[in-house]
Design a protein around this ligand. Sequence first.
Ligand code: ADP
Ligand code: MG
Length: 151
Amino acid sequence: MQSKTLTTSNVQDTIKLGEQLGIMCRGGEVFELISDLGGGKTAFVRGLSKGLGTEDEVSSPSFTINNTYKGSRFNLEHFDFYRLDDPGVIAEELKEDIYDTNSIVAVEWGDIVHDILPEDRIMVKIITDENDNRNFTFNFPSSYDYLFTEI
Ligand code: ADP
Ligand code: MG
């Protein structure tokens, strides 16, 4: 497992960080985003989608659980299982997207789908510090090193 830690001090920098990773994506990447509410998970996904060349506006998919954003190179599949007790049929959707090498998957509140998420994924842990900065820790297998060469 590799580990990388970076700090952003505003939402624009978080979007930029997501964008830099989105640009490096080769298809099939799975990101699991872990933080408290308001930690910046969705902001990071907004950046990812920018980096993938989507024109769509990323919103919090809570209530709809899953949104697809069409990118110029890959689609971004954004899942948010906040306060969901049972992923139901969305679990099947997630499985399909995970094995689709033309999709990038980003999951918020993924605890209830941990048995579905691949071991080879990028875990993004965001901690808010006392100054409202966000400390990002990325844990990922070395097969994903290529994502981090520019940051
Ligand atoms: P989550 O999806 O984790 O609940 P959001 O991305 O929806 O979080 O919201 C993050 C909130 O925190 C936004 O209101 C954003 O403006 C604010 N914020 C302040 N500083 C940062 C930062 N460095 N990175 C991301 N968001 C930040
Ligand atoms: Mg969110």
